[in-house]
Write a protein that binds this ligand. Sequence first.
Ligand SMILES: Cc1cc2nc3c(=O)[nH]c(=O)nc-3n(C[C@H](O)[C@H](O)[C@H](O)COP(=O)(O)O)c2cc1C
Length: 306
Amino acid sequence: MARIDLRVNLGKLHLRNPTLLAAGILGLTGASLRRVWDAGAGAVVTKSVSLKPVEGYPGPRVVQVRGGLLNAMGLSNPGIKTILEEIKIAKKGGATVIGSVFGENEKEFVDVVKEIGRADIDAVELNLSCPHFETLLTMGQDPKLTKKIVKEVKKETKIPVWVKLPGNTHIPNLMKVAKSAEVAGVDAITISNTIPAMVLDLEAERAVLGHEVGGLSGPAIKPISMRLVYELFKTVKIPIIGSGGIITPEDAIEFLVAGASAVQIGTGIMYRGLEIFNEVCTGIQSFMEKKGLEEVSEITGLAHST
Ligand SMILES: Cc1cc2nc3c(=O)[nH]c(=O)nc-3n(C[C@H](O)[C@H](O)[C@H](O)COP(=O)(O)O)c2cc1C
């Protein structure tokens, strides 16, 4: 097969192909980020990090379920200082690195973005799937708060800023959140994070996870995330990065057709190993060849063309 160019532009950021490692999987060390880059990912996203270390929820934290994984990590992470060193290792290996960050309020978001910017990252992804204690929603379900956080962060950095939105948002509200992020100047939107869910141990008559409720990922959520990408494409003009249940090349292509400019892969690594990045890229090339397309961007939003 003739070599087809898979490069994509996400705003000002250029990626060698449209497959990214999703936050939270193999994203804590420079060595693991490099492994994923060397396996063919177009970019790698770090585990979400905060200013200070976070211990997270009690175990069990991850359980395999039919159709995917259920996890309740509680955003555990070693804090920004440690991850800075790890990012430098990944960057030395040539990787395009996206720093995923979170905070409890806009000030913490600004501070953590400033810190992670010192590691020469290529973009930051604001994980807005954290709880917001005043509204009892996650931050990314609150249009005003989303706008405030993006505005403040954009004022303080030249690095491209993405937001990652939760998957448990009802559509009219999600559109408001996405619009408010776009108006505030965000460069791209990743959708979706995991979907709230739980699993019971019948013998113990208790929830399996230490935190009882967790986030579902993997093939079970693909149609939900797909719909969110599809709806978002009708609402915003900025690039969308699809995430949720990609394990085959066709899954990834469907996300592009629905409106994504790139995709993130997390749980799929458990199903396919790191080979998944090459498999998806080869599948996208075959699709483009079959359809006579020259650029990946020509696939984006095909489902919306008349
Ligand atoms: C074990 C685990 C940890 C995760 N940690 C994070 C995280 O730190 N930050 C984040 O934004 N998303 C996190 N996610 C969500 C993934 O990045 C991804 O958006 C989600 O799992 C859906 O994609 P997938 O079905 O390909 O895994 C995590 C997912 C899993 C399974």
